[in-house]
Design a protein around this ligand. Sequence first.
Ligand code: R5P
Length: 294
Amino acid sequence: MSLVVTFPDSSERGRRLANIMGVESICVEYKIFPDGEDYVRVPINVEGRDVVVLSDLYPDQDRKIFRTLLLIDALRDLHSRRIVLVCPYLAYSRQDRRFRDGEAISLRTLIKLFEDIGADSVLTVDVHKPQAFTCSRARCVNVEPFARYAEYVRENIGSDVIVLSPDLGSLWRAERLAKELGTQYDYFEKYRDRVTGQITMRPREVDVRDRRVLIVDDIIATGGTIREATRIVKSMGAREVHVIATHCQFLNEADRKILEAGVDTIICSDTIETGHSKVTVFDLIAEEVRRILS
Ligand code: R5P
């Protein structure tokens, strides 16, 4: 019988995942020594058991990554059977290639660490760029939440929306969501004025005048991207602007600033719990974990 293992600050989330899966959940003993170092202890016998480690990596990413490594190494050493690491939000995943010479590719480093220490599978939700989320030995699984988002939008906003991605990189998200809703989609193109150098953004083709716009993205951090996209569609006459994003960090009260910019609703998943987490992805995670362990 498998079991879900979490850290004390994620215990309620661990129970939630375990309840959906119909398995037991436990919390590790975890503390920080006075000098700042982490301590982890697995309090039960895990020999021969499949273990699902639920590790929430935000906020305080570096510490949470390190304690996850301690935990996986201990579980391996204690002879657990298969280890499925679930990070609903995968920290460091935006730096998934070398944008400038000499840069460290943090996503690659993180996956190497998880694999090398003993994770058999690494599961996350709506990773920044799925093509870059590849493992060499372990199984890397990206859970897509778009069908679930479409259900929420249908019930709470209506399908009569234009789905917009703030950039080309997220266009595939807009396409997935729009197809689920049976509606139009587009993305914002960036234009650079060759004389002044000034950058302007506007939807590539669709006319948003008097329309209801739904902007979809993977991450809201400072909220700058969403605010700029909102300003533009509003200036083009959009009637309503709704925003849906998977991982909502809301740095420096970004949610308040987004609402002040004229957004009618912000919809987030619960990969990071916020007051705007209106769509749960836990049942999707549970389904995928069951598939991995079947
Ligand atoms: C960028 O590629 C991502 O998909 C998001 O658009 C970005 O991380 C959002 O950041 P911010 O909220 O700070 O504009």
